[in-house]
Design a protein around this ligand. Structure first.
Ligand SMILES: [Zn+2]
Length: 176
């Protein structure tokens, strides 16, 4: 959080405990909480004063926020729970590990939304193409203009035809 957010957080805490605040308090808290986001920290203050009467300290906020992060991550990939499927080819180990790491970070931040089952199933059994299997007119030589397989039909000496010569389409159909 920013120093301004730290000040806002302290003001929020002060609303519960009536503590007096100065610039030095904000600075001290900010050194401990700079890497903690404002909203989770505010939730930690609320949770603290829901159950405790002693004044909250920066360490309480850190512990609460980090514990919540772990809980959230465990909800996604905890023991006995189905792990979400990383968006990476399992054979590509560095990419797979990076995807798992990124996924866990997002889960810990509460950003992970379960993907629709249909979307997940769409990827099952899908193989990465190793070579292009060309079908249709491009797979055969054109009997009319002589364009070779994988080459577009020619028009005159310079241009390329949009589409294919009818005899080439027929030729492709007869080989299919
Ligand atoms: Zn042609």
């Amino acid at each position: 959080m920013t120093p301004a957010e730290t000040a806002a957080l302290l003001s929020f805490a002060a609303a519960f405990d009536r503590r007096t605040l100065g610039e030095a308090d904000v600075l001290a808290w900010h050194t401990v909480l700079a890497d903690i986001a404002f909203e989770p920290a505010k939730a930690a203050v609320t949770a603290h004063y829901a159950t405790e009467t002693r004044w909250i300290m920066p360490a309480d906020i850190r512990q609460h926020v980090l514990a919540r992060r772990n809980d959230t991550a465990a909800d996604i990939q905890g023991p006995g729970l189905p792990a979400a499927i990383p968006d990476a080819d399992p054979d590509d180990i560095p990419a797979y590990l990076a995807a798992v790491r990124e996924q866990r970070t997002r889960a810990a931040n509460g950003q992970l939304r379960p993907r629709p089952v249909r979307e997940l199933l769409a990827g099952v059994g899908r193989q990465a193409p190793t070579k292009t299997t060309q079908t249709g007119p491009l797979s055969v030589e054109c009997p009319y203009c002589g364009a070779g397989p994988l080459h577009r039909c020619r028009r005159g000496d310079t241009g390329l035809l949009v589409g294919f010569h009818p005899s080439r389409i027929d030729a492709a159909k007869s080989t299919a």
